[in-house]
Design a protein around this ligand. Sequence first.
Ligand code: DX5
Ligand code: ZN
Length: 218
Amino acid sequence: MEMKIYPSILAADFSKLGKDIKNVENNIDGIHLDIMDGLFVPNISFGTPIIKSVRNITNKYLDAHLMIIDPDRYIEDYAKMGINGITIHYEAVTHLHRTIIKIKELGCDAGISLNPHTPVFLLEEILPFVDRVLIMSVNPGFTGQKFIPETLNKIKKLKNIIDNKNLNVKIEVDGGVGLKNIKNLYQAGAREFVVGAGIFHQKNPSEAAKKLKEVGME
Ligand code: DX5
Ligand code: ZN
């Protein structure tokens, strides 16, 4: 299975967001939207107006990563805005199964994200209902943080669980992903890669996105 690169616009320049997106569009598979509420994570990012603007300028897959408490409050609005995949945090939801079913009923791909401390075995019962698991390789909240190397093992463990159950669940990884670790992450089983600083903080973001794919699949 091919790999997918989703740049995180949290690392882009919001004063010229449209330009930044158009510039990388040819070499990416979708756009990762980091929604933060200042409670679940120690940072506030952006919400509806930015999401609408992004939807208006691109047809690419939009992957929303909700780092917010009680995400049920926003799921329907986001689905109506044309977001394609909604990922919620295991740690932020009480009735995970209900929320996942709701995301699917609204026609979106459903994802669960795990903070670095949350073990993958907790997903055993919910895995058959989801399309992707987003493994955080940094503590969520900010772009440009250092990759936590233990993530590689965590991805391998998750891949084993998914394979043993014969499921078609994609493993996505987010945080500190770059040229140094993308190949190892691919080999461990990740197929979707969220990249912020590794694309938008580079001299040539479009080339950086292309290179990540080449190096990852070498
Ligand atoms: C972190 C966010 C990430 C972040 C990735 O809380 O979920 O999506 O923007 O940025 P980098 O790739 O710079 O770590
Ligand atoms: Zn993210």
